[in-house]
Design a protein around this ligand. Sequence first.
Ligand SMILES: C[S@@+](CC[C@H](N)C(=O)[O-])C[C@H]1O[C@@H](n2cnc3c(N)ncnc32)[C@H](O)[C@@H]1O
Length: 334
Amino acid sequence: MAAPIRKALVHKFCMCHSASRSLNLSYSVRSLSTHRQKLLKSEENAQRSHQTTEGQKTHFGFQSVPEEEKEHKVYEVFENVASKYDLMNDAMSGGIHRIWKDMFLDRFAPAPGTKLLDVAGGTGDIAFRFLKYVGAPTHISLQNESAMREKESSEEENPAAIIFSEPDENGSHVTVCDINQAMLDVGRHKADEMGYTSGISWLRGNAEMLSLPDNTFDAYTIAFGIRNCTHVQKVLNEAYRVLKPGGRFLCLEFSEVKNPLLRSVYDNYSFQVIPVMGQVLAGDWKSYQYLVESIRQFPNQEDFAAMIKLAGFRMVSYENLTFGVAAIHSGFKI
Ligand SMILES: C[S@@+](CC[C@H](N)C(=O)[O-])C[C@H]1O[C@@H](n2cnc3c(N)ncnc32)[C@H](O)[C@@H]1O
């Protein structure tokens, strides 16, 4: 399909997204290939079954809430869990999330000099793995620490300046973007402890409307973040916009376990054990109940891949991890 037609279609679909339940797509897709029509149908199905946009409602876990409330509710969840986030990840997954994140970096295989945007980057797990992978040096010395403090105070005055912080010695750089300051603060503290004084920046921002220029990054990653966003398609469209031509999109997210037996074991564990663990270890049942429910509301592997294609990405693929409990999705801006 010619690029302008594809672009026009994506634009039209996104502009009409909130009204997509009643949208008659047949006019828009008349001239498109059967394959494209299938994609659109798949996207529409995914949206229909996972988001209720009639009356501007969406899901927050298993609750239906007004769209404008979801962002605030998600914000509260991560503000509540920030200080215990890393501990709880290890406890809930028995450490498996570390293996998944290592595999994610392995599939990504960034070359030294890569400029990465890690969205919903939270406490920096993907960013630190990236820096390690590309061989970024760590420096801890009194001199560097005082330089870093000066940099931090100037960043606080002008948060947008953060993205221009120095790359590391081999030119690699990661910008960690997250909507939640509490999560970013934990990440920055970890970066200090690990001695990363260059090659990493912290930016508070919303994945649905990034305050970043077009065609800027070589790669975009988002791990366990996109299911928390109100408009998943907007996040994907933004990812496409900020990537350079040839850039790569990678997403690590919980997904669907297809095997019924394994699914029932997994469901029992998730619903019976995780909120209890949240209460015991973090004194917070509700946030962990939300985390479990939000996983069930997210589109399955095929539907999500269709949404990635709809944003304009090509060579879209996914790989299941641990029987589909999580999946790595990949696409290229070409
Ligand atoms: C489960 S954590 C994942 C953190 C990290 N990527 C990891 O893998 O450990 C989800 C993160 O998504 C962030 N988030 C939720 N909605 C967001 C949005 N609209 N824009 C940017 N970040 C968002 C939350 O603040 C939280 O830090």
